[in-house]
Unconditional design. Sequence first.
Length: 229
Amino acid sequence: MTEFSFACTGVRADRFAAGPTLVFRLRVTAAGGARVHALALRCQIRIEPARRGYESAEAEGLADLFGERSRWGSTLQPVQFAQVPLMVPGFTGETETDLVVPCTYDMDIAATRYLAALDGGEVPLLMLFSGTAFTGAGGFRVEPVPWDREASFRMPVTAWREMVEQHFPGCGWIRLPRDTMDALLAYRSRRALPSWEATVRALLDEETAPVEEPRTDPYLTLTTGRTDS
């Protein structure tokens, strides 16, 4: 059976994609210079948060995922980032190809919350490969690519931020249930607010507005001891 090995040599944000997309550059090697007609791969990408350090502000942003820092010894578990298929064209011995990974800025997704909490540095990734290989120099064989094929890669946080800025410049993104959206739209319409930003700011202003104390009648206080108006 042909032995395959994988390495990730880089990553970039795809500036021409319709949605947020990262493109990882993969090097695929077939041992002994074997002839490969094609590879049909499945690639699972995981974030391994225990493989890097965190500043205090980052730790605060990760509290909803992993709890307090004192508990991280047991809670800092891998986070699923993506699972994508990949077809590799024929090659002999070694080749390089692009692994296109569609991403999201949905803050309900654990991987997005993790990445958004990082101020800089690198994201430790583990790529797991499996699938089917079509090989043979003088003939045609079908071989499995076992799940123990993997590659580690440290993705710069700047690559993620560049991708996000291309599609959501200076903005965040949240997903809301339909009934909540309907209630927000009704609130915006009643107050003739010009944008969703103005709608959210109006709600925040209402939440932080000081509560007025009930006014008292000095005459009642002096003559009866009552303070109600």
